[in-house]
Write a protein that binds this ligand. Sequence first.
Ligand SMILES: Nc1ncnc2c1ncn2[C@@H]1O[C@H](COP(=O)(O)OP(=O)(O)O)[C@@H](O)[C@H]1O
Ligand SMILES: [Mg+2]
Length: 1035
Amino acid sequence: MVDTTCQGQLDMEGALTARDRVGIQDFVLLDETTEAAFLSNLKKRFSKDLIYTYIGTLLVSVNPYKELDIYNSKQMDLYMGVNFFELPPHIYALADNAYHTMLTEFNNHFILISGESGAGKTEASKKILQYYAVSCPSTTLLNTVRDKMLMSNPVLEAFGNAKTLKNDNSSRFGKYMDIQFDSQGDAVGGHILNYLLEKSRVVHQNHGERNFHIFYQLVEGGEEDLLHQLGLERDSQHYNYLTQGECAIVSSINDRNDWKTVKNALQIINIDEINTNHLFGTVASVLHLGNVQFDSDSKGRALLNNNNAELRWVSNLLGVDAHSLQEGLTYRKIEAKKEQVLSPFTIDHAIYARDALAKAIYGQTFTWLVNRINESMENKDLSRKNVIGLLDIYGFEVFYVNSFEQFCINYCNEKLQQLFIQLTLKAEQEEYEAEDIEWEPVQFFNNKIICDLVEEKHRGIISILDEECLRPGDATDLTFLERLEDKMSNHPHFVTHKLADKMTRKTLERGDFRLLHYAGEVTYCVVGFLDKNNDLLYKNIKDLICQSKNAIVRECFSTMDSDSRRRPQTVATQFKSSLLKLTEILMAKEAWYIRCLKSNESKQPGQFDEALVRHQVKYLGLMEHLRVRRAGFAYRRKYEIFLKRYKPLCPATWPHWGGLPADGVEVLVQHLGYLPDEYKMGRTKIFIRHPRTLYATEDAFEKCKHELATRLQAKYKGYKAKGEFKKQKEAATKIETCWRGVQARKDREKRAWAVKVIKKFIKGYMTRGQAKNTDNSEYLAFVRQNYLNRLKGNLPKTVLDKTTWQTPPAVLTETSEILRKLHYRLMVRRYVRGITPQKKVQFQLKLLTSSIFKGKKDSYPQSVAQPFVDSRISEQDINTRVLQMMRNEHIKYSVPVIKYDRNGFKPRPRQLILTQTAAYVIEEAKIKQRVLYTSLKGISVSNLTDSIIVFHITCEDPKQKGDLVMQCDTLFECLTKLSVIANKQNAIKVVQGSVKIEIQAGKESAVDFSTGQEPMVYKAKNGHLMVVSTRARTR
Ligand SMILES: Nc1ncnc2c1ncn2[C@@H]1O[C@H](COP(=O)(O)OP(=O)(O)O)[C@@H](O)[C@H]1O
Ligand SMILES: [Mg+2]
C-alpha cells in the first residue's frame, strides 16, 4: 500500500501548479539561476522527501539515506508510458522516457549516472534495472534473462563492492551494462563491461574500511561444511586481509543474509556447483595467502615461518605444488642466458610477491565472473537490437590519503565530466541549430585541461608514470614525482610541495602531488604508484599458477599475456584506453543523465549539508548545465505537445486545430499575448525565454481546466445523449429499412403479378375473337364483367330511349340483345304498372286517335304528347239557358271552336258541346245548330296541319242547315271524343286537297286545303273556303 501522505504529495506534485508549495520540479523554471536559489529549491524538496528534480531532461537525485516508498510497483505502473513532464520527477520517468525514445526512434541510449562515492549511483542503476524488469513485456524465457540481469548485481556487488569511508557499499570497479531490447521492447539480453577493479583493497584497507564483501560473507555466512572444506574459520578477525581497516563487522551490512543472496544469485546466473566450489576456493585461497607470514634469516632472506598450514591450504585450494609455491613466494627466478638463477627475496619482497599473487588471483577471478555473467545473459539471436546502457562507475573520491586508485578513479570522473560537457553542449547547440534558433554560448569550466594533464601522450601524468615504470635503473615513486615536477611546473592544475607557494606548501607532504580536479583538489601520495601501475606478478609464480588444478584460476591465468618478453601494458595505460573505448561507445548513443548528490557525509537521513551539496552542485557543473539549458530559452516543447496542453486557452485552437501545429501554437501564443522577444518559433518546437511566461500560461490553463471540465462534462453528456439518439435513430432506420424491404418485396410481387395480368390481358385481347380457351378466358370474363358493369351504370331510363344501350363486345352480342329486351320489357312493365285508370282511359283514347290519324294527318305527331282532358269548357262557362235546354242530355265534352258561316265563310266563335246523342253549336245562350249523331254522315279533316273539321250532315230539308265547317285547336281530342261518344270512328275521313260541302240541301261548295307560308282561312274567289296551313315540321 502506498502511504497516503506520499500519494498526496505526488498528487500535489502532479501538476506544475504545485511548484510553489514543494519547490520547483524543473530547475529550468527557476526564476533566478543563482546557486542560492538552486540550493534552496533542492533543500525545500529534500525536506519533503522529494529527492528528484529535473534540469530539463537531466535528473538530479539527492541521496536520502533512508528507504522511501516511491519504488513500489504502483509507482512503476504510474510512470509507464507517461509523458516525461506530466508526473513528478522520478528516476522511473527518465528510464521510461529513454525506453520509449529507443522504441520509437530505434536508436541506442545510455544513462550516465554520476556523482561522488556514496551519492546513490549504484542504487539508481538498480532502480532502473528493476523498473525495466517490471515494465517491459515479459515471457517465461525473457523472465530468466531478466532474473539473470537482476541477479548479476548481488554477485558483482559481493565481489566488487566494499565498505569505504564514503559508502558502506562502495563500488570498487566501474561498470557499464548494456540492456538489449528487441524491436518489441522486450529485454532480451545484457552485457557488462567492467573497469579497473581496485585490487589493492584485497591486501590493504584503510582504517574504517573493509575488504570486498565476499570475504566477510563467506567467513560469516558460509556453511560449516564449506568452511571446513576450505580450511576457513568462522572469524574474520583471524585473517590479516580482513582486519586492516579494523571494522570487519558493520551494523549496516548483514553478511550472512547477503551470503544467501549471493549463493542463490550464482545459481541463477548459471554457475554450476563445481565452478562455485572453485570460485570459493580461490576466495579462500586469498584469505589463506594473506595469513602466510615470513621470517627472515640472518642474511635478511625471507623464509616461510612455522605456520605452513596456511601455505598448504593455498596450494591445496589452488591445486598447485606446495613446494613450488613456497619457492615462488620466497625466491625470484632470474633467467640469465641459459641458466635459471633463484634469487632470494627479502621479507618485504616476499610480502610484495604474496600480495601481488593475492591481488592477481582475485582480480582475475572477478574478470572471470563478469565473463560468466555475460555468457549467461548473452542473447544469441542475431536480429537487430537496441540497447540502453547503464553506466555506474566509481564516483569522485577524496580520502585522507589518496593513492593510485583514487588517481585512476578521479581521472575517470574527469573523462566522464568531459563527455558530459561535450554531449550536453553539443546537444544544446545542435538543438538550436536544428531549430534555426540563434543562441549565445554560455561560459563554463571545461575540464579538458585536466584530462590532458593526466592523459596527454608523452606529456601527461600517465605517460610520465609509464616512463618511470619502464625506465631501467632505480626508478622509484619519488623519482616519478620529480619527473612530474620537472614537466608540470607551470600547470595551473598541478601542485607539489616544491612547486607550491608558501601557504599551500603547508598542506602538502614532500611525497605528494595535488591535482586541481574539476570536482576539487585532491592530494595524492605517490607511494605505491609505480608498483600498482606495473602490477607485476613474478614470472615463476605466474607459471606455477598457470598449472593450477582450480579450473577458474587456470583459465584466468592461461589467458593472461604469458609472453615474457613483451611487457604487458601498465595499469594506467590499460585504464586510459578502456576509458577511451567507453567514450566511443557512449558517444554513439543518446545520453541521459542522472546526477547523484550526497546530502551529507555521515550517511544520515534528513540531513541536508548545504556546504557539501553546494560543492557537488558546483563541480558537477549543474549550474552551468542549467544556464546552458536556459541560455536562450528556459523552456521548449514540441509544437504538438505544447498545443495539446494549452489549446483550451484559445478559442481558435479549441477543441481542435485543423492546420499545422506550429501555426496553431503561433495563433495560441498571439492570443495569450506573448511578446515577440519572449518566445521563438523553431522548426519543430516553441522556445520560451522566461519561466514566468510559462507560469502565466500554466496558471491560465489551471483556471481554464475547471471551466473545461464543466464544458467537457456538458460535451460528454451531449455526446452520450447523442449516442442514445443515434442508437434510436439507427434502430428506427433499421426498422424502416426492414419495412421498406417488406413493402418493396410486396410491390415487386404486385408488379410481377401486374405484368402477368397485363400480358394475359394483351394475349386475351389478341385472342378475344377465338373460342374461349386458357389464353382468353380471363380476358373474356373481364370484358364481360366490364361490359355488364358499364351497362349497369348506363341503362336507358325510358322505354323511348333507343340510343343509350351500350354497344356490346362481340362475345356478348346475343346476351346484350336478350338483356336489352328484358330491360325494355321490364321498363314497359314498370310503366304499365304505374299507369292510373284515368291515364288508361286517356291512352285508350290516344290509341284510338292514333288508329284514326296516325300517318294520315301531318299535325298528328305534335298532338301525341298533349294529354286529353275531360272538357275544354267548364260547366259554369256554358250559358245556363243552354244548360237548361239540354237538361235531359248529359254533356260529354265541350270545346270552343270557330264556325265558318255557310254564306261567306265568316268565322264565328262558338261552343261545341257533345252529348250522348248530338253535337250542339252554341252561341251564348242560343243553340245555333243541333246535329244528331244519326244525321252525321261523315266527318272530314285535311291531311295537312290545319285544324279544320267538316261535319257532313244528312240534309233532306232545305230549311235545314247544311254541313258544318269549324276550326278546333284540339282537333284530335275533339274528334276522338266524338268518335267514342257517337261511335263514329269509321266516319272520320282524312282528305287531300279539297272536300265537298253541302251548304244547303242541294247547294254545294268546297273547302280547299293547301300549304303556305302562313296559316290562313279565307273565302277564295271560286267561292270555296281556302285553308292554308304551314308545312308540318319534320321530326
Ligand atoms: N534512492 C535511494 N534511496 C534510499 N537510499 C539510498 C538511495 N540511493 C542511495 N542510498 C543509500 O546510499 C548508499 C550509497 O548508495 P550507492 O548507490 O551505493 O552510492 P554510489 O554507488 O554512488 O557510491 C546506499 O547503500 C543506500 O543506503
Ligand atoms: Mg556505487
